[in-house]
Design a protein around this ligand. Structure first.
Ligand code: SF4
Length: 219
């Protein structure tokens, strides 16, 4: 398992309606709701962000293909919108994606480019089998904790908090191996790599410390 993003997307909201700060790999932007929904419209709303993802992925995929094939199509545009309706008691969402090639192209080329657009990665996500796993971070210093340590570091594990996301062991099996009883081997990778992995635990079950930073906690 390897995540698509090298750094997870991070979002925060306070009490200001409904300004969300979204941090991505290389900066931040604001997401908001339109005034009609009680926001200030200071950034794109969630539906707009979803459609932006599809539009940009479509455009990038087409540009890569067109350039690779040496076609003379300097400008492409995409409009995207969606509507929702209830059908047989299920919410059904339809996304319309309108593509304009600002060049004279044959029907054959146009059809091929439409096929390419349909294959863009975000199209595949939206039309594929997508699951959203939701984890809630817990923090309780009194929860039962098991320590795994060497001379340099200690990894603390709170079994009751573990939501079995599989994130730790799928990424770093040489350290986190659920097949063995003493399942965390702190000698299996560098301290920095283990720290990085522990920080990806979504539940608060894992925490990391350098031994000189804090007094040792008895097992
Ligand atoms: S990453 Fe955290 S929640 Fe997921 S399996 Fe490992 S310890 Fe449990």
């Amino acid at each position: 398992m390897k995540y698509k993003l090298e750094k997870p997307l991070h979002g925060e909201i306070g009490t200001a309606k409904y300004q969300c700060t979204i941090s991505w790999r290389n900066g931040q932007f604001i997401s908001d709701e339109p005034v009609s929904a009680g926001g200030k419209d200071e950034g794109p709303d969630p539906f707009t962000l979803l459609l932006s993802s599809l539009a940009s992925c479509t455009l990038i995929t087409l540009r890569m293909y067109i350039d690779r094939k040496g076609m003379d199509i300097p400008q492409i545009s995409v409009n995207a919108n969606l509507y929702q309706e209830i059908k047989e008691e299920k919410l059904v969402t339809t996304i319309d994606r309108d593509i304009v090639f600002h060049s004279e192209i044959s029907d054959e080329v146009k059809n091929k480019l439409v096929e390419i657009a349909k294959l863009c990665p975000v199209s595949k996500i939206l039309e594929g089998d997508t699951h959203i796993r939701t984890f809630v971070f817990k923090d309780d210093v009194n929860a039962k904790t098991i320590n795994y340590k060497n001379d340099e570091i200690t990894v603390d594990w709170k079994p009751e908090f573990c939501q079995h996301s599989t994130r730790c062991w799928k990424d770093l099996l040489q350290v986190f191996d659920p097949r063995v009883k003493k399942w965390i081997n702190v000698d299996g990778a560098s301290a920095e790599r283990i720290k990085e992995q522990v920080e990806r635990c979504p539940s608060g079950a894992l925490s990391f410390r350098y031994n000189e930073d804090k007094p040792e906690v008895p097992v």
